[in-house]
Design a protein around this ligand. Structure first.
Ligand code: PRX
Length: 656
């Protein structure tokens, strides 16, 4: 092989086939059925996707061409088709599901609300008319900076209804981060709230909007404010308006605008490890189909399921798997405003018990936090309504997976470990729960129609069990279309690391991975985080998983630090479970444990105990900050996405 890739050292042999009961009732019932779908899609992807688009969605007008890939990497799906995502999420369900709960919302202080499909349709129509009355036209940008309240979903659906691309900015982002995003997306109207509840406190949102607009660098004309918490906020006359005032006189009649399949649906900003955030652009028809069909097959949606994805609408998971995917399928989707907190560490389990949640989708960072809080919280709730669990966002360590399976899933629920990205629009590599046996820590096999591979930098597939770069060989409907106003960055970031060969473009995901003898994918983390020890390139996930498999360890992050002899030495930052205390002996024991789990090559040179690890606001560990800390250099690069600055300060002072 001409280029170095990544060595894989994790050994994991446990295999959990779906139970006969689960498979019998599942949408995709066996490995053979999956294989048939996969093979059919591989042999003729365009036929596969166009048949699904016809069967599963409502189109105002049929497309002329399934895929236009004449100008790669810029794809067009369902060319000249006319469609509306809000229509597919609402109107078409009214005949059969008018009284079915669409959104079941739970506020952190204990208030709750259910909106049926008929009610949600009305609310969306009203708000769509409000937006129109504020001068928002097809193609105009709308910013959404909201807590997890139903109005966030209503605003998104209203934008989709009138063809105004939305840009949802996570409510935890600062005024500066908000301003950058509003400027870049040329947002005309911002929808926000006075504040939201999180961890028993009010997160003020309106003051951040005021600050973001103060400099006058945005083109925002109006700000719509939802009254959520009731605290005092200042309202700028002629600019700021209350949602409830505007809604009073709004008509419930607002036909869905037939959108071109390739009209922009939304921009969502994602931060790379360096540089300013990228505005990931998704368009209408392909995204609708991809969010729809992945939700249906992967979460095995049945008519009576109560489905809960814990993601915030500020992330792609909130777009595809809280709002659009479930509603397009006519499902009941749960929205929860709050987060586990000292006053109620078991609040998630309360929501499951109260609403009889049957499908639960969350992130490894949350699972690791639950483990740390103790089993007594889930154990004291009735979780017997659950039948399927999911995870997304990071590689899940096998021990955390096993805990999730037994303590939350009662050893009864399959787990779908779903690999995907903001850029991919929907899930790409995942078990189909009735069909594919799972292995802890593996996202298993590609979704039908997704030609995923592990390759070297020349685009050649690497041999079984060798590490390489995760890549996709054929376009898919949910793929991002470009970086907003920066097509060059789109091309360079995703399509040029592995140069196209014979006109075949390969999508580079930026993750390291390996495939095992069964064809299962094991994602090893971001390639930017790879450590090079004595010429061996190691993914972070595998060393971290070895550490987490020790009973004292709650969470671990490993990074490389420059070393004269080995090139890099491994430094492990470790947080401990409950009663365990840091000590020299424990550090020694952990080093030994890693050696016995994976071998001497992965032995950490240094163990640093910490109370908490620096994370992004979506819960991902920021290894690049730890890398600077370990090397003892000034922290460089962007820290605006850091969730809690004090964590970094603490690590810095402890290390010195
Ligand atoms: O590194 C992979 C990791 O999260 C990245 C995508 O992050 P984001 O765009 O924020 O989207 C998160 C929700 C899809 C990927 O490049 N990642 C996500 N899911 C997994 C994962 N890594 C391993 N296993 C997963 N299941």
């Amino acid at each position: 092989m001409s280029q170095p890739t990544i060595e894989s050292i994790l050994q994991e042999d446990r295999l959990f086939p779906p139970t006969a009961e689960f498979s019998q009732l599942a949408r995709i019932k066996s490995l053979e059925e999956y294989q048939t779908l996969y093979d059919r899609a591989k042999a003729d992807p365009l036929k596969f996707w166009s048949e699904l688009a016809e069967q599963e969605l409502h189109w105002f007008q049929h497309w002329d061409t399934v895929l236009d890939w004449n100008n790669p990497p810029f794809a067009k799906w369902f060319v000249n088709g006319k469609i509306n995502l809000s229509y597919n999420c609402l109107d078409r369900h009214l005949e059969t599901r008018a009284n079915k709960p669409a959104i079941v919302w739970e506020g952190e202080p204990g208030d709750s609300k259910t909106l049926t499909y008929a009610e949600l349709h009305q609310e969306v129509c009203k708000f769509a008319n409000v937006l129109k009355s504020l001068g928002v036209k097809k193609g105009d940008g709308v910013g959404i900076y909201m807590p997890m309240v139903p109005e966030a979903a209503i605003a998104m659906l209203a934008c989709a209804r009138i063809g105004a691309p939305h840009s949802v900015v996570f409510g935890g982002f600062s005024a500066e981060a908000l301003r950058d995003r509003l400027v870049n997306a040329e947002v005309k109207v911002v929808v926000t709230a006075d504040g939201g509840w999180r961890k028993d406190a009010i997160v003020p949102l309106k003051p951040q909007v005021d600050k973001a607009l103060a400099e006058g660098t945005t083109v925002v004309e109006k700000v719509v404010v939802v009254k959520r918490t009731g605290q005092d906020v200042s309202m700028v006359s002629d600019r700021d308006l209350w949602w409830h005032d505007l809604e009073k006189d709004a008509s419930t009649d607002c036909p869905a605008e037939p959108m071109d399949s390739e009209d922009m649906l939304f921009i969502l900003y994602t931060s790379g490890s360096t540089g300013k955030p990228k505005g990931v652009v998704h368009t209408t028809g392909g995204y609708n189909l991809y969010a729809h069909i992945t939700t249906q097959w992967i979460f095995d949606l049945q008519e009576n399921d109560v489905y809960w994805c814990t993601a915030d609408v500020g992330w792609i998971t909130g777009h595809s798997y809280v709002v659009y995917g479930p509603l397009s399928n006519g499902a009941t989707t749960v929205m929860y405003e709050g987060a586990p907190r000292a006053s109620n560490p078991g609040c998630f389990w309360d929501v499951i018990e109260k609403h009889k949640v049957s499908v639960f989708y969350t992130a490894p960072t949350a699972i690791r936090a639950f483990i740390k809080m103790g089993d007594e919280h889930p154990n004291s709730r009735d979780l017997s309504s659950l039948r399927l669990l999911g995870t997304v966002g990071e590689p899940i360590n096998p021990e955390a997976w096993m805990w999730y399976k037994s303590v939350i899933g009662g050893d009864r629920c399959p787990i779908v470990d779903t690999w995907w990205q903001t850029e991919t629009g929907g899930i790409m590599i995942t078990p189909l729960p009735g069909a594919i046996a799972t292995k802890p820590g593996s996202a298993t096999l590609p979704f039908p129609g997704i030609l995923a591979d592990v390759v070297d930098l020349d685009g050649n597939s690497v041999p079984t069990n060798e590490g390489g770069y995760l890549a996709v060989r054929h376009p898919w409907p949910g793929m991002m279309r470009t970086v907003y106003k920066d097509p060059d960055r789109f091309r360079k970031t995703y399509w040029e690391h592995i140069p196209p060969k014979d006109g075949n473009y390969i999508y580079f995901a930026g993750d390291g991975a390996r495939r095992d003898a069964d064809g299962y994918f094991w994602v090893m983390g971001r390639v930017d985080d790879v450590i090079n020890v004595a010429g061996h390139r190691l993914g972070t996930m595998e060393v971290e998983s070895a550490l987490v498999s020790h009973p004292a360890v709650a969470e671990a992050a490993v990074v490389g630090k420059p070393d004269e002899i080995k090139g890099q030495d491994i430094v492990a930052f470790v947080t401990l479970e409950g009663t365990h205390q840091p000590s020299e002996d424990l550090a020694k024991e952990l080093k030994k444990h890693v050696v016995s789990e994976i071998g001497a090559i992965a032995r950490p040179g240094e163990i640093r105990f910490a109370d908490a690890l620096p994370k992004t606001r979506s819960g991902k560990i920021m290894r690049r900050l730890l890398r600077d800390l370990a090397a003892g250099v000034e922290i460089s690069g962007d820290t605006s996405t850091l969730e809690d600055r004090s964590v970094l300060e603490k690590l810095r002072t402890e290390g010195s």
